[in-house]
Every structure is written in structure tokens, then in C-alpha cells.
Design a protein around this ligand. Structure first.
Ligand SMILES: Nc1ncnc2c1ncn2[C@@H]1O[C@H](COP(=O)(O)OP(=O)(O)OP(=O)(O)O)[C@@H](O)[C@H]1O
Ligand SMILES: [Mg+2]
Length: 160
């Protein structure tokens, strides 16, 4: 199986007024096609920072200062912001830790799910909406499960 994502000797630091903090120090790993890799470590060891470094979504004070990140052999550091925007969501998707600060409260859920399909797959707004909420994704059904379970019925009976 070919290597899809290759992270080599990654160093990421956060620059603060008082000091620079090295949050990721010489991290190397690879993910091959069809492989599922889990990154495990204590809180604050840098897992999220690695993810944000890969996606080039670090906060302004975060900087990748060493190493390389290749997606299908292409160094992500060399991509323009526009090219990187095509990689995000389309090829590499990041599921944030905190949905309450990651979802956009001014847009309904259907529109937020459809956004990627519209941006990356050329779907029209209506197609995006249909595909986001249709049987393909099962979102409608999952919403029904949430609605029904939210008040903790003693018997959460389901047809299937
Ligand atoms: N914007 C920032 N500025 C300064 N330090 C930061 C910033 N973001 C993260 N850090 C620091 O970088 C280190 C790594 O944080 P990170 O969030 O990557 O850890 P984590 O492994 O994802 O932790 P958790 O398991 O709690 O999610 C921590 O010491 C954290 O305080
Ligand atoms: Mg984290």
C-alpha cells in the first residue's frame, strides 16, 4: 500500500511574549492507503497541534519550524493558500475537538454539511442540501435518534 501522508521530523512552536514553546518536537509518522492510525498521548502532549500543523490551521502564534509534511508526495508547505483550501476537507478532513466553538451558529446544520459538497464536489446548493440530509448520509435519521433520545425515555425503541 502506498504512503498517503508522511510527517517527518515535525517541529512546531508557539511564540509568546515571554518565551517560545516547542509543542511538537521531532515527530515522524506515516499513514498508508487504507491504514487507520491513532495518535495517543497525555493531555497537552501536542496531538491537536500536529493535526493543526498538517492542516496549516495553527493560530497566528503557532509556527512549523522544522520537518516536512507530504500529502501524496506533495509537500504541503509549498502549496498556496488556495491550493491548501482544496486539500482541506477534500483530501484531509479535520474533526475539531469542540463542536460548540467549531459549528457556525449563524448557519443551519444542513448548510454547514452541504458546504463541503458545494465547495469541493461542485454540487449546487440544492444538490448539496439533498445529499447532506438525504438517505446517503443518514443525517436525517441520526437527528431523529437525537431528538427521541434527548429526553431519555425509559424505552428508546427503534424500528431498526
Ligand atoms: N495557541 C497556543 N499558544 C501557546 N501554547 C499553545 C497554543 N496552543 C496549544 N498550546 C500548547 O501546546 C501544547 C500542546 O497542546 P495540544 O492542544 O496540541 O495538546 P493535545 O495533545 O491535543 O491535548 P489534549 O489531549 O488535551 O487535547 C500544550 O502545552 C498547549 O498548552
Ligand atoms: Mg487536543
Amino acid at each position: 500500500m502506498g504512503v498517503v501522508l508522511s510527517v517527518r521530523n515535525l517541529d512546531t512552536e508557539f511564540r509568546m511574549r515571554s518565551a517560545n514553546v516547542v509543542a511538537v518536537d521531532d515527530v515522524t509518522f506515516e499513514i498508508s492507503e487504507g491504514e487507520c492510525v491513532g495518535l495517543v498521548g497525555e493531555s497537552g502532549c501536542g496531538k491537536t497541534t500536529i493535526g493543526l500543523s498538517i492542516m496549516r490551521l495553527l493560530q497566528n502564534n503557532g509556527h512549523v519550524i522544522g520537518g516536512s509534511i507530504e500529502n501524496f508526495g506533495k509537500d504541503l508547505a509549498t502549496l498556496s493558500e488556495e491550493e491548501m483550501q482544496r486539500v482541506r476537507g477534500n483530501e484531509i478532513a479535520f474533526i475539531p475537538q469542540d463542536p460548540m466553538t467549531s459549528l457556525n451558529p449563524t448557519m443551519n446544520i444542513g448548510r454547514q454539511i452541504a458546504e463541503g459538497l458545494i465547495e469541493h464536489r461542485g454540487a449546487s446548493v440544492e444538490e448539496g442540501r439533498q445529499r447532506a440530509l438525504g438517505p446517503e448520509t443518514g443525517v436525517g435519521r441520526r437527528i431523529m435518534v437525537l431528538v427521541r433520545r434527548s429526553f431519555r425515555p425509559w424505552c428508546p425503541w427503534s424500528k431498526e
